[in-house]
Structure formats: structure tokens, C-alpha cells
Design a protein around this ligand. Sequence first.
Ligand SMILES: *Cc1c(COP(=O)(O)O)cnc(C)c1O
Length: 415
Amino acid sequence: MSDKKGFTTTILHSDRLLKPEFGALHQPVHNAVTWGYDDVQGLVNVFQNKTKGYAYSRQGNPTTTALEHKVTQMEQGLASVSFSTGMAAISSTILALMKAGDHIIASSYLFGNTRSIMQTYMDLGLDISFVDATDVQNIKNAYQENTKMVFVETIANPATQVADLSAIGDFCEEKKIIYVVDNTMTSPYLFRPVAVKASLVINSLTKYIGGHGNALGGSVTDTGLFNWLNFPNIAPIIREQIRPEMQGLTQIRKRGLRDGGGTLAPEAAHSISVGSETIALRLERACSNAAKLAEFLDNHPLISKVYYPGLKSHPQHELAAGLFHRYGGLMSFALVDGIDCFKFLNELKLVIKSSNLGDTRTLAIPVAHTIFFELGKERRDEMGIPDSMVRLSVGIEDFDDLLEDFSAAFAAVSN
Ligand SMILES: *Cc1c(COP(=O)(O)O)cnc(C)c1O
């Protein structure tokens, strides 16, 4: 099928066009751990990267390959590697490409566990600077001779800061450094990082791509824009054997996936793949619910602040408008002083108190007490996270039901 088909059409027909057995429309779940060869040369050729095939499922199987192909199409990239979780994708990408003494510039508004793994890598000898990525100038100021990578997210969680994505892409291109964009919060339906010259795109497949809160997964996609011949950390064997554009991702597959071992299970890959077919429909609905809810909350007397890039008052509203198809399904809010945020959350009956995001259901969580608890108050203050902040991942419920749930909770706490 031509590349000109629309986003959803491409996803729907992706598996079928890889020609699974008996004309199956979905790539089946391949539970095999290993594959047998009649002629030993066939096995040897797979090991030596001379032919495509499978040897041992930790490095991939037909079900994960089909999902990787789908993610690559969604991101309009060159190729992808899947992982057991988004965190496995992130930790493996850095582990596979960086060496002690290398410098990374990362956004200071990172997903909590990403911030935490960065600390672990600093303890192992990486030099990492955290800067406010909403302005490219801060990235430029942090640049050093040994800078090898810039790592940012599209819309930060929970305070929804938007990175200066396009300008950072220009800067990384000029300096010939790897530009990693975690696209989880926007997903390839709202934004494609290849458009801002990203080198590698991370997705937590657990979130909007899988979309139903029933499978964990992660991926890294090479956009094909980075010239790996300029990158000194490619292993000699990969330099010799692999065509230049695939050298970075091959190193991620070998050192990150094969050696790191964070392999996506075939059942999970299948669930994510089926879930991904409706991403456009789900996100349109979630974004529309979120936009209406953000307006409602923003005008409510018991709310002191709403963090949502779709609001005109958001500091990066214009930036977001220029980058994203819509403003996403995630927002945060803070209640006015004197209203107990736990009591308010407990009054919500439809909205679920839960830590996931990108689910079909609306989920709420008090941020400072949970996902950002371990960071401590000082770092939370640096990251702009007040104690009363509640993060909301807006689902695809009928909007009037969400409105009724919030209205009832407000009424209950104002008594
Ligand atoms: C959830 C999330 C991750 C981690 O993904 P998991 O699949 O939960 O490991 C990474 N980055 C962002 C922005 C996320 O929201």
C-alpha cells in the first residue's frame, strides 16, 4: 500500500500487508522462545545478520516485529525496537549509546521514573544537566564539548510544560548530537517528532498507543535523520556489518534489548497492536473531553489553577498550537486553599483514583503524595509541582457524565 494512506488506514492494514499465515488480519501471537533450522547455515546466517529471521525470542519474534513495523509507520520513521515497558525503552537507549564521561542535556520536567534512572546513570559516570527545555537558550547554555544527547518530552507530566521542540531540533542538527524525544504524552497521532528533526522517538506503548490499560510496552523509533557515522560510540562489529542508517538502532537492539533483556511479551504486543487501531478515535474524544473539562475547571471558584496547554493562559499555548494536532488528554489542577484534595478525590465516583494515563477511563491522582513523592519537596518545587496538585488523564466517557461527577464532588466539598 502506498505511504499516502491516512493514519488510521495505515495502522488497520499494517499487519495484513505483512502477509501473516492464512491471510490473518492480525499478526498472531507467536509464543515460541526459539526457532529451529533444517540447515545449520540458516541459523548461522541469522546470528551473523546475513539473513532476516529469528533465533531466540529475547531479541524479537514475529508478533513484536509486526508491532514495531506499525509503530514505525505511525511515527513515519525508519525502524523501531519494542521493549517490555516505556522505561525499558528509555533506560536501554541510554545504556546502549552512552559511555562514562559523555554528557546528556535533559529536560528538568521529566517523567518521575525517567528523572530517577538519569540519577542512576549519573552515579555510573554519565554527566547529565537538567535544564528548562521550554526555551532552547537553556539547552544552548548547557552544551559542552562532550555533549552527545539531548533528551526531552513533548508535553511534560504533570505540569504540562511544552518543550521548545523545533528550535531544539535545529540546535541538535547543527551540533550533530542525538535528539531523543519522548512522545508518550502526545503520541504519533497528535505529533510526530520527525517533524522537528528528532533522531530517536520514545513511546510508552502502555499509554495512548495501547490505550486500554491492559498491557505494558515501550518502543524506540529511529527517524532516519541522524547520521550514525558521526557518532563515536558505535561498536566496531556494528560499524563493519550494518548499513550506516541502521547502526544506532542495531546497537540499541543488541546492547539494550538483547543484553538488557527488557523484551516485550508477544501477548502484550498483540494487545497493544489491537488497541492501537483506534488511537485516532480515542484521542479525538479524550482531547475534546479534556478541552471542555479544562475550561470548566478553569472557571470554577474552588480551583486555583489548571495546567493544560489548550488554555490560552498556558505559558506555552502558542508553542503547543504550532506543534500539536490537539492539546492532549492530560491536565492537572490545584484546588484552592482550604479544600482537602483527598476528600475531593474521594467524592469523585466515576473518575478513578489511579496512576496510569492514556487509558479509555478518566483517572486522577494526587501528584505530590504519589508519583513525585520520592523526589522530595525541594525538587517538586523546582519542577513546579504544588502539594495540592491533582493529575487527570481524561478518558473517552460521555462528557456530561464527567461533568456531573465533578459538579457533585465540588458540591460535596463546599458544604
Ligand atoms: C508512562 C511514561 C513512561 C514510562 O512508560 P512505562 O510503559 O510505564 O514504563 C515514560 N515516559 C512518559 C512520558 C510516560 O508518561
